[in-house]
Write a protein that binds this ligand. Structure first.
Ligand SMILES: C[S@@+](CC[C@H](N)C(=O)[O-])C[C@H]1O[C@@H](n2cnc3c(N)ncnc32)[C@H](O)[C@@H]1O
Length: 473
């Protein structure tokens, strides 16, 4: 942006327009609208300018331009038909810190005047920085047709009720809410037809119905490493009045929230649900109805095996506004930190995320559909079902020597990666005493772990990389 747009308060601002023809008249008219104090400098003026002089709307110095004729002026328009004179005016103004515009000579302008859509007090200015005034005028025409003519009246009316709104609604948030409702109400389309009494009762109604409104942000915390959370998640954490978090979310991430926020842990440990899902859904509704900004913080991505959808359905029923902030899901985080690419042109063209837990009894996965030669399976919540997973996949035709990995506490400093083959999947957990959370990765891509592992601390060849990583943290 080469030109910085500003709106100047022109009231009693001493200005000079040098020139007395049609172009000068247009510039004078525009400045007059903004109540500038105008002096026209020219030996002769046209009839229109003369009328303004006679009606004492502007002053006239009936002479050729000379330096002292613009002394004390703060803005000058050079509108003579003599380029040499225009150049002298420009140079004088520049040397004396006077804003100057030379008509049709962008290189002799300190400021340029934009094309204007005027629905005062709403004014829209369009500039092409002198490159294409015709294009700017076309854009202006488009905006003109898109905006209601009543915009001016609406804006003036809004200005007239500002102090009333300020006295009735004490906080900025409430006032913002009021104005949002006001500008999406019928006043926008019916302003001209509405009687004053109707406008007043609409405003009173809106005031009465403007309450501090709560909101829920369903935020993904990622798989563990706090540095994997998104900037948006961090912003929400720092704005929230209450943080409702799952046990899987690490303390390092919860601690990123505002220190004076309220913190509620709602558990979600297998077979140790501290709160039932229904209770969590209701808690979110209750907190939002109290006008709170609620950060519902969930491990990984809220929409991947996170029951985020269920929580939102309750919010929709109760008309609570919400946003969803996605995050790195366990499969993406664990596989990256284990050096196991989920897809690879030689080993896997497809990846499936599947849960090891079934919400309804007997609701088994379609094992057959999970078996493909170039395929990676990521099984969430599958640790306690490792033996059944092994048996079912082999029963439905997967090779018993298919590589498998279990990633425990992926992306954290406690990450462990145990690899083997499918026929020993069930034993691996017991042998290595693997605990939750853990992700099962099954497929040829697991072979790459040995060469691509960059994160495991005790790997001699990669120890340096891991230390660097920790040092950076
Ligand atoms: C209820 S699901 C939640 C998944 C989460 N919404 C996500 O997108 O990652 C919990 C399961 O995710 C997996 N998981 C989550 N975080 C993990 C981690 N850091 N390491 C290994 N597995 C993890 C485990 O399989 C765990 O049982």
């Amino acid at each position: 942006m080469e030109q910085f747009p500003i709106f100047l308060n022109m009231a009693n601002f001493p200005c000079a327009v040098v020139g007395g023809g049609e172009v000068a008249y247009r510039k004078i008219s525009a400045l007059l609208k903004a109540k500038a104090q105008i002096c026209v400098i020219s030996p002769e003026v046209n009839a229109d300018i003369n009328t303004l002089i006679e009606t004492k709307q502007i002053d006239w110095q009936q002479q050729n331009w000379q330096a002292d004729s613009i002394t004390g002026k703060r803005l000058v328009v050079a509108a003579t038909d003599n380029n040499q004179v225009n150049k002298q005016i420009f140079e004088y103004c520049e040397a004396n810190n006077i804003l100057v515009n030379t008509v049709d000579q962008p290189d002799l302008c300190r400021y340029t005047t934009p094309s204007i859509v005027d629905r005062s007090p709403i004014v829209i200015a369009i500039s092409s920085a002198g490159m294409s005034p015709v294009l700017a005028r076309r854009i202006r025409a488009m905006i003109e047709t898109a905006l209601p003519q009543s915009l001016s009246g609406i804006a003036q009316y809004a200005g007239s009720i500002r102090s009333k709104i300020k006295s009735k609604l004490p906080t900025i948030d409430l006032r913002r809410l009021f104005w949002e409702k006001f500008f999406s109400s019928s006043i926008m389309s019916r302003f001209e037809q509405m009687a004053d009494s109707e406008k007043t009762s609409l405003v009173d109604n809106l005031i009465q119905n403007t309450h501090e409104q709560g909101e829920v942000w369903l935020v993904g915390a990622g798989p563990g490493d706090p540095e994997l959370i998104t900037i948006k998640a961090l912003q929400k954490l720092q704005l929230a009045d209450v943080v409702v978090y799952d046990r899987l979310v690490s303390a390092d991430i919860v601690n990123l929230a505002r220190k004076d926020a309220e913190f509620i842990c709602v558990g979600k440990q297998k077979s140790l649900h501290m709160k039932q899902q229904q209770e969590i859904n209701q808690l979110l509704v209750d907190l939002a109805k109290q006008g709170k900004k609620v950060c519902r913080l969930k491990g990984g991505d809220p929409f991947i095996f996170g029951r985020g959808g269920e929580e939102l359905e309750t919010l929709v029923e109760q008309q609570i506004p919400f946003q969803v902030i996605p995050a790195v899901t366990a499969a993406a985080g664990c596989s990256s930190y284990a050096g196991i690419p989920l897809t690879h042109r030689d080993y896997a063209r497809k990846v499936t995320f599947v849960t090891g837990q079934n919400s309804k009894a007997g609701d088994e996965p379609d094992w057959q559909s999970l078996i493909h030669p170039y395929h990676t399976l990521c099984i969430y919540m599958g640790l306690s079902k490792a033996q059944q997973v092994q048996e079912n996949l082999i029963k439905h035709g997967m090779a018993a020597d298919m590589p498998v990995a279990i990633v425990e506490n992926g992306t954290t400093q406690h990450q462990r990666v145990v690899t083997g083959i499918l026929s020993e999947l069930g034993q691996l957990q017991q042998q290595h005493n693997i605990g939750s959370p853990a992700l099962l990765i099954i497929g040829q891509v697991v072979k790459l772990h040995n060469s691509l592992d960059w994160f495991t601390p005790d790997r001699q060849e990669n120890a340096g990389a891991f230390k660097n990583y920790l040092a950076e943290k």
